[in-house]
Design a protein around this ligand. Sequence first.
Ligand code: MRU
Length: 345
Amino acid sequence: METMRWLEEGCLELLDQTELPAKITYLKCRDYLDVAVAIKRLAVRGAPAIGAAAAYGLTLGAMKLNAPKKEEFISGVQAIARELSATRPTAVNLRWALDRMIKKLHIDKGEDINTLRAILLEEANLICQEDVETNRRIGRHGQALIPNGARILTHCNAGALATAGYGTALGVIRAAREAGKNISVVADETRPLLQGARLTAWEMLREHIPVTLITDNMAGYLMATQKVDLIIVGADRIAANGDVANKIGTYSLAVLAKAHNLPFYVAAPTSTIDMSLASGAEIPIEERDQAEITHLAGKPVAPLGVKAWNPAFDVTPNHLVTGIITEKGAVYPAYRENLEKLINI
Ligand code: MRU
């Protein structure tokens, strides 16, 4: 199942993840604003996937941009990049992908505007292709840490749907399966938007990887009754000291894992590491609409008018993280030192 695909006619198709698992429908994005809206309403979601989608969004914007002079064209593309970048603040992959696209414009200064448009499309395709290769490498490094027979708890969806393909945390699980390990998965449902129930459970079932769904508040009892061996999650941004921002509820799992002496791994590409932030305290945390808490599938589940708080992510402090699995290998404490070394490989 493709998360996104570029059509020759000059249009981006996004698998509408808000409709899963009930319906498989693709949204056609013909303009960068269509992509911006899709990112905001989580039709496409997951850190690497929104980076790749935004790269195509920028390409769409550049295709429609009417700027006869090259300087005007470049500043127009930069303005679109700023708009796309503001759609979701936490996942750094969004900014990373857009910065990479913009850099291409500066490198190729001698080209005309149509050539620049083609260069942008080529770069967006490359970001997508590389993401799948990166995830396969994360999978290879990560699977070595998974014992045969392991029962693995994961949160949210860090799978093929959250990337251009294969997934990060679920990529490790896929790779362990491909290596012939007899593993099983426990998926946290992940309130409020149920990415675990709707997306992770769906991905695992499609591949016949044994999966059991639990509600988020069952994780403590699951660990206390020894029904899980390790935890693997994805990440939206990792600070230079190894603090990890990921879907709300990840921090609670990490605390529980520590209390039950279980390994807690984070699987993410190096594009998720933000060396410009000294610690997780500096990571901007997206707050979403209260209706996501007060309503479920459009129906109220709380009294009308009640106030709700809806942070979409939390920060897990580095001391709760057993290891960070990247495409360049796994990193362990001391993170400040070891992430610096990893980035420079
Ligand atoms: O709000 P979402 O669904 O975009 O949140 C996604 C997550 O938190 C994922 O765990 C993270 O982006 C890693 S995806 C490989």
